[in-house]
Ligand binder design. Sequence first.
Ligand code: PRX
Length: 643
Amino acid sequence: MQVGSSTVTVIDTVLDVADAEADRLGFWAAQARRLDWDTDFTQVLDYTDAPFARWFADGRLNVAHNCIDRHVAAGHGDRIAIHWEGEPGDHRTISYADLQADVSRAANALTTLGLVAGDRVAIYLPMIPEAIIAMLACARLGVLHTVVFGGFAAHALRDRINDAAAKLVITSDGQYRRGVAAALKPAVDEALSTAPEESTVAHVLVVRRTGGDVAWTHDRDLWWHDVMATAAPQHTPEAFPAEQPLFLLYTSGTTGKPKGIVHTCGGYLTQAAYTHQVIFDLKPATDVFWCTADIGWVTGHTYAVYGPLSNGATQVIYEGTPEFPDQHRHFEIIEKYGVTIYYTAPTLIRTFMKWGAEVPDAHDLTSLRLLGSVGEPINPEAWRWYRQVIGADTLPVVDTWWQTETGAAMISPLPGIAAAKPGAAMTPLPGISAMIVDDDGNRIAPADGSAEPVTGYLVVDQPWPAMARGIWGDRQRFIDTYWSRFAEQGWYFAGDGARYDADGDIWVLGRVDDVMNVAGHRISTAEVESALVGHPAVAEAAVVGAADEQTGQRICAFVVVAKSYSDWSDVDDAIIGELRTRVAAEISPIAKPRMVHVVPELPKTRSGKIMRRLLRDVAEGRELGDTSTLVDPSVFEAIRTGR
Ligand code: PRX
């Protein structure tokens, strides 16, 4: 099914696609100049140290000024920046002028605590306004934030704090999840408890959210409200070079160690603002934008903080889960605030499908005019349901493909310009150059309909402003991870498989490496494996993502029990339970394997490589593929007939 051109009026921005192709750098310079620069740049791109790009490098700007102060100066101080809705039903309305005062106070408070440009702050908070205020206060000071998703456990938090050598952690006493006030600060205390003498963390700032009891370390812990109460609500932002790092965001790769992806001020903000405006056809004075992602993920950074605020938009931030107090919550919020643009993940759309159309049908959703999807491939059925049931069968749906490393959206239909197809990310945005290639780097031809479409690798063949500037503290790993597959051509390999349809439009099919995508959350197989082998009962572990109707993928683990731990066939369910709990405790409940199979051996090639493809076949209940390269094909019989 092809949906005709949308009814959305064509975007205000002068977006000349031909210009973007003929003069890519000129196009990006024009996008960058939509921001306020304290010192204009003279060079758009310096790529002499490829793949480490420098965009607008001699320009200077302040990101927080661009997200707040310039809107207040333009007379929009009274415009609502954030309609915040707490899970228990409390709410706060924050104007751009309020945000300016609070971010200024927070910036002054951080300065009093000794933070200076270049320092790192870990933010471990639920979706409360203080999370955004803290991020912007860091940005205002040239301090790098690293936001750690509130669902991550102490162990994962510790790794990130240590890798970033953070000086300050900002957290809360607790958070509301499904109506329960769950403690959050104990995870910080635990993360900081090992080798405190070596810790770089001088202070922990604690936001009071749930009012629960908290253990207190004197001289280290401070209440957010105390430091804010004595801080002045005025602060003059300093302009920083465009290439000043803005934040680190840790993401899973193909090894157990998470990577601190580095983004910088000028290029990142340029693409965040540009994409947020054109993809969502934003009308800042009238739209109410809602991106449902948590700020712990890149989507929350780019489309719940920097994109909307740099464009002076009004947005909704919701603290809790979609099913609290019941399945109507999101639709009630859309109705209550008159949300016009709703941006969410396929996994939630599939959950809504399961709950049934009668839930959204009970609400007046006529304020909506545009729908978006992100985080994983959206299956055509979910796309159609989204458009039909939430979008009254008329709204444009934009399926946006991008990654933590790309910083902002890269491939997406533009409402009002391109027609959309259910399940396709369509074409690279103006200014972006990406294509699908085969093993040798040859561009794949569009499907001609006569045969199965060919799947290839998605590559970005030209630098883009919001591209990652590296992996924190590991220059070589950045090159090896993303730029070695097509090193000769100098292309960025995204790790995704994709195909062209007969019109040459792009369909992203998902990861082709050992990264899983569970309900839109990126988890590496290696990270889960390393948590499993940390258990004394486990000698070896292999983890694969198996297709799942609702969550896209589910985690299946295969473990070999240590000899000292009795015969594998005797292992009881208690240990399997322990293993699952261990992964949840070490990484996060979202990484908990759905199934743990105890097997006598792992299937390996002669060179010792685990054959995950075969394990995926087993996990998905398929006939086994080619087993001829296995050292011992009989291993599989045991695996299949095992538990
Ligand atoms: O596999 C792709 C999938 O999510 C991966 C990136 O994950 P992360 O860095 O956590 O960022 C998620 C939010 C941008 C990609 O490599 N992905 C993301 N968006 C899409 C997608 N797959 C298909 N279609 C999408 N629209």
